[in-house]
Design a binder for this molecule. Structure first.
Ligand SMILES: NC(=O)c1ccc[n+]([C@@H]2O[C@H](COP(=O)([O-])OP(=O)(O)OC[C@H]3O[C@@H](n4cnc5c(N)ncnc54)[C@H](OP(=O)(O)O)[C@@H]3O)[C@@H](O)[C@H]2O)c1
Length: 260
């Protein structure tokens, strides 16, 4: 029977790439996000490529909406063996001193409470499958802090704490918990969301960086971790572009304006 994988934030970037990749690996993918039209297009693309996927419109900040996702999982054509908590993002690059409380609230709601809500809702199905995997897409921002990143790093540290705590609490049950921590990934929307649609500011993040990660690189890491034999738990996978030795140490070429 086909195993079912749920991917949140599947309407763009890392989530969409992960949905495509997991479908190619043979999962029936439940692609979840708020923008229904994008999900429909993604499902059509996956189906045309010979894969299986279902679009599930879902806002992970809503209990009711996440209950709908759990219901869709219950109706899916196979055991639910994989949950990828990918939906999330950053807003703003302001110092703690003057950061917007609303931006911090949004980041906490989506990255932290969204992961909590979706994980709680899907845990029974994952456990019932006999071998469930929970992936948490946090960030290198969940391991270290940087100036202007206070709200995002606080949220990602909290998300990282959820993964670690959950692994301890679930020990002895047929469930594994994997944390993926990407560094700089060049996706179409992450920077636009962070800088309220300011494309120039968003592009400057990657300016002059030879070979930032792309969404498919992270999808590859997720797929590799999730397809190890069931007794193998990759606790944490940190992945950065070769040009980014640390959060503050990025190799750039040419004349570039920096804001990091
Ligand atoms: N890009 C990077 O450099 C980078 C580095 C490290 C970690 N990450 C993490 O990787 C994940 C994906 O990032 P990305 O670069 O692929 O960004 P992205 O393209 O902006 O994707 C974010 C996804 O989250 C979804 N989302 C946002 N709010 C949601 C909500 N309330 N309910 C359901 N879905 C929601 C969005 O879909 P809708 O708007 O359609 O709902 C979108 O599909 C995030 O957790 C991010 O923090 C990114």
């Amino acid at each position: 029977m086909t195993s079912v994988a749920i991917v949140t934030g599947a309407s763009s970037g890392i989530g969409a790439a992960t949905a495509r990749r997991l479908a190619a690996e043979g999962f029936h993918v439940l692609a979840a996000a708020r923008r229904a039209e994008r999900l429909t297009d993604l499902v059509a693309e996956i189906t045309a490529a010979g894969g299986q996927a279902t679009a599930v419109t879902c806002d992970i900040t809503s209990d009711e909406s996440v209950a709908g996702l759990a219901q869709a999982a219950a109706q899916a054509p196979g055991p639910v063996t994989l949950l990828v908590n990918n939906a999330g993002g950053a807003r703003g690059l302001d110092p703690v001193e003057s950061g917007s409380v609303a931006d911090w609230q949004w980041m906490y709601d989506v990255n932290v409470l969204g992961t909590l809500r979706v994980t709680q809702a899907l845990l029974p199905a994952l456990e019932a499958s006999g071998s469930g995997t929970i992936v948490v897409v946090s960030s290198t921002a969940g391991l270290t802090v940087y100036e202007g990143g206070g709200g995002y790093t606080a949220a990602k540290h909290a998300q990282t704490a959820i993964a670690g705590t959950l692994r301890l609490e679930l020990c002895g049950r047929p469930l594994r918990v994997i944390e993926i921590d990407p560094g700089m990934v060049k996706t179409d929307e992450f920077g636009l969301v962070r800088f309220e649609g300011d494309a120039e500011r968003a592009a400057a993040v990657y300016a002059g960086v030879p070979g930032p990660l792309v969404a498919e690189d992270v999808a590859d890491c997720i797929a590799w971790c999730a397809t190890r034999p069931e007794h193998v738990n990759i606790d944490r996978l940190v992945v950065r572009p070769r040009a980014q030795a640390a959060q503050h140490k990025v190799h750039r070429v040419g004349p570039v304006k920096r804001e990091e």
